[in-house]
Design a protein around this ligand. Structure first.
Ligand code: ASP
Length: 469
C-alpha cells in the first residue's frame, strides 16, 4: 500500500490507508488509546482499541487504518483534519523514541537556548520552527525566480580564498600543502562577483554564505547567508530599482505585508538628524502589531571615517587613521571623484553606497564600484597603503580593471535577517536551521574542538598556551 499524506485524509473517508509519521501526543482512555500522528502535511487523530498503549511520544510510526468521519459533536475545529479520525487496524514502530531531553510541543521559547540548540533536530520538529524553515525556503525560491526572470545567472564562488576587506576579522584555514600559509574564508564574494563582471556575466547572483569573525549579537552571527548580486552597465538607481522589485515580489509571494509600494529614500545626513541613526523603524504602533515590513533606502554615506582604535580589523585596514565606512571597492559619487583622486577632503567624500533598512534593521547594502584602477588605488592610498601593499592586497583587481571591466554595481541582502523579520522573530537564530550558540559553539556538534597532535603536525602548527580571559 502506498503512503497517504495526513493532509489528504479528509478527502479519503471510508478508505483504508497507510500513514507514516511521528506520535505527537498520546492519551489513554481505558481500552482506547488516542494518538495524534504528525507528518509534514499536518496532524490527524488515530484511535486504537486495545492497542498502541505502549507507544512513546515522538516515536516514528507506520499505521494502517480506516478513515472515518467523526460525529458532528466530536469534530475538532482546531485541527485541519478534525472532521475525521483513523481507526487503527495495524501499526509498526519504525523508530522508538526514548524519553526526550526537550518538549517538541509549544513554541519552545521558554526552553533554555543551549538545550534547544544541543537537540536542534528535536527543536526543529515544533510547528513554529517548521513554519520558519518553510518560509525561508519559499522566500529564497521566490527571490531566485524573480532574478532568473531578469536574466541573472547564479554562479558560485570559492570558499577557500584570500582575505576580502569587509571590515571584520577573517576566519583562517591553514594550508597543509604550503605549511605556514593560510586561506581566508570569504567575508563576502565581493571581489569574485566584480571579477564576474570583468568576465562578461553582466548579471550575477548567488545565495552566498559569508564568514566574519565578529562579536556575536542576537542579530549577527559568525556565518550568515546573503543574497549577493552584481550588475554591469548600471547606475545606482538601476540597482536599487531591480532590488526593490525583486524584494517586493518575493515578500508578497510569502504573504508579507509592505508599508510602502515604493521604498522611501533618505540621505544619510538627514536620516541621522531625523532618527538619530542610519537604521530606523518607519512603522506605526499599529503596523508593528500586524507584522508590516517598512523598507527604506539610505544613500549618500560618507566614504571614509576615522579608525576606531578599539576595533582590530579597522586598525588593520586603516593604516592612515582613515578607513572605509562600508566597502573599499565602492566608487565615490561623481561630484567627489576629483577630490578622491587627489586625496583631498577625505572626510567629506560621499560614496555611491545604498543601504536597505527594514523595521529598524539593516537589511542590505551595496554600491556602484570603482571600476577604474586609479579610483580603487586612490581609496587604498587614503587608507595609508603603500604601492607595494596595494599590489599585495588587491593587485589582482587592479589587473582585471585594465583588461575591459565594465562599470558595475551590486548589493548584498542579509537573508537571515529578512526571514527573521518576516517570521516576526527578534533573534537571528530562529531564522537559521543550525545556528551557533550565543557563545560561538555549533548547534548539536561540539565545535570548535581540539584536534590531534598528528593533525597539528601535518599543518606545521603549534598551539600557544593562552591565559583564559
Ligand atoms: N560585499 C558587501 C557586503 O557583503 C555588499 C556589497 O557591496 O555588495 O557587505
Amino acid at each position: 500500500m502506498e503512503r497517504t499524506m495526513i493532509g489528504e485524509a479528509p478527502k479519503r473517508v471510508g478508505e483504508s490507508v497507510k500513514l507514516q509519521g511521528w506520535v505527537a501526543t498520546k492519551r489513554d482512555h481505558g481500552k482506547l488509546t488516542f494518538i495524534d500522528l504528525r507528518d509534514r502535511s499536518g496532524f490527524v487523530q488515530c484511535v486504537g482499541f486495545q492497542k498502541m498503549g505502549e507507544l512513546t511520544v515522538e516515536s516514528v510510526l507506520e499505521v494502517v487504518g480506516l478513515i472515518k468521519e467523526r460525529p458532528a459533536n466530536m469534530v475538532n475545529e482546531k485541527l485541519a483534519t478534525g472532521m475525521v479520525e483513523i481507526d487503527v487496524q495495524e501499526y509498526t514502530v519504525l523508530n522508538k523514541a526514548k524519553e526526550l531531553p526537550l518538549q517538541v510541543e509549544g513554541d519552545g521559547l521558554e526552553v533554555n537556548e543551549e538545550v534547544r540548540l544541543r537537540y536542534r533536530y528535536l527543536d526543529l520538529r515544533r510547528e513554529r520552527m517548521q513554519k520558519i524553515m518553510r518560509l525561508r525556503s519559499k522566500y529564497f525560491q521566490a527571490i531566485r525566480e524573480e532574478l532568473h526572470k531578469r536574466e541573472f545567472v547564479e554562479v558560485e564562488t570559492p570558499l577557500l580564498t584570500k582575505a576580502t576587506k569587509e571590515g571584520a576579522r577573517d576566519f583562517l584555514v591553514p594550508s597543509r600543502f604550503q605549511p605556514g600559509k593560510f586561506y581566508a574564508l570569504p567575508q563576502s564574494p565581493q571581489q569574485y562577483k566584480q571579477l564576474l563582471m570583468t568576465a562578461g556575466v553582466e548579471r550575477y547572483y548567488q545565495i552566498a554564505r559569508c564568514m566574519r569573525d565578529e562579536d556575536l549579537r542576537a542579530d549577527r552571527g559568525f556565518e550568515f547567508t546573503q543574497l549577493d548580486l552584481e550588475m554591469s552597465f548600471v547606475k545606482q538607481e538601476d540597482v536599487m530599482k531591480t532590488v526593490e522589485d525583486v524584494v517586493k515580489t518575493a515578500i508578497k509571494t510569502v504573504g508579507g505585508k509592505l508599508k510602502d509600494e515604493t521604498f522611501p529614500i533618505f540621505e544619510y545626513a538627514d536620516a541621522v538628524k531625523k532618527f538619530g541613526a542610519d537604521k530606523f523603524d518607519l512603522r506605526t504602533e499599529e503596523e508593528k502589531k500586524d507584522g508590516t515590513l517598512a523598507f527604506a533606502w539610505v544613500i549618500k554615506f560618507p566614504f571614509f571615517k576615522q579608525v576606531d582604535k578599539g576595533d582590530v580589523a579597522e586598525v588593520r585596514d586603516g593604516k592612515s587613521g582613515w578607513t572605509f565606512t562600508h566597502n573599499p571597492f565602492s566608487r565615490p559619487i561623481d561630484d567627489h571623484v576629483e577630490w578622491h583622486l587627489k586625496g583631498e577632503h577625505t572626510g567629506e567624500i560621499l560614496t555611491t553606497q545604498y543601504d536597505l533598512v527594514c523595521n529598524g534593521y539593516e537589511a542590505g547594502g551595496g554600491s556602484i564600484r570603482a571600476h577604474e584602477p586609479e579610483v580603487l588605488r586612490a581609496t587604498m592610498r587614503t587608507m595609508g597603503y603603500s604601492d607595494a601593499e596595494i599590489q599585495a592586497s588587491i593587485g589582482h583587481m587592479l589587473e582585471a580593471f585594465e583588461v575591459g571591466t565594465p562599470p558595475h554595481g551590486g548589493i548584498a541582502l542579509g537573508l537571515d535577517r529578512h526571514v527573521m523579520i518576516l517570521a516576526g522573530e527578534t533573534s537571528l537564530r530562529e531564522a537559521i536551521a543550525f545556528p551557533m550558540t550565543s557563545t560561538g559553539r555549533t548547534a548539536v556538534m561540539d565545535a570548535p574542538a581540539p584536534v590531534t597532535q598528528e593533525q597539528l603536525d601535518e599543518l606545521a602548527l603549534q598551539i600557544k598556551k593562552v591565559e583564559k580571559k
